[in-house]
Design a protein around this ligand. Structure first.
Ligand SMILES: [Zn+2]
Length: 135
């Protein structure tokens, strides 16, 4: 596995500093987007996957309370979903969606993302918040 060659995926040029959750070794990784989660690079020291291990935490992000349009809120959702994937080890993301059109659009998008395996599961915590399991 130490000779493992990393192919660069389109659109994943940005590299991030990342510590292996299992052994703590620091890496500078080209960060795959969550949609490409199947191509999870492994730690060169201990072979643990670099992005899919979870620390059990939940991060909360509000995408609906700054007068966002539905389109803007969906853009923000894509952005934070990738950020949480690339920059944390969180198990869940709690998305504050409000009770209106943004919520409906996000739920439709999540149905699609779950069917593709991009997110593992999701549930409505209450009218205004969706809990999304990403690891
Ligand atoms: Zn490691």
């Amino acid at each position: 596995m130490s000779e493992h060659k990393r192919t660069r995926l389109p659109g994943t040029g940005k590299s991030v500093k990342r510590a292996c959750l299992s052994c703590g070794m620091q890496h500078q990784e080209a960060a795959p987007e969550i949609a490409d989660r199947a191509q999870d690079p492994v730690c060169i020291k201990c072979d643990s996957p670099m992005f899919s291990l979870s620390d059990g935490s939940t991060l909360t992000v509000d995408i609906a309370h700054h007068h966002e349009t539905v389109v803007k809120a969906l853009d923000k959702f894509e952005l934070v979903l990738n950020q949480v994937w690339q920059q944390s080890h969180a198990e869940n993301m709690r998305l504050i969606v409000g009770g209106g059109l943004i919520r409906d659009a996000v739920l439709a998008e999540l149905f699609f993302k779950k069917s593709r395996g991009t997110v593992l599961d999701y549930s409505e915590e209450n009218r205004g918040a969706v809990l999304i399991r990403i690891r």
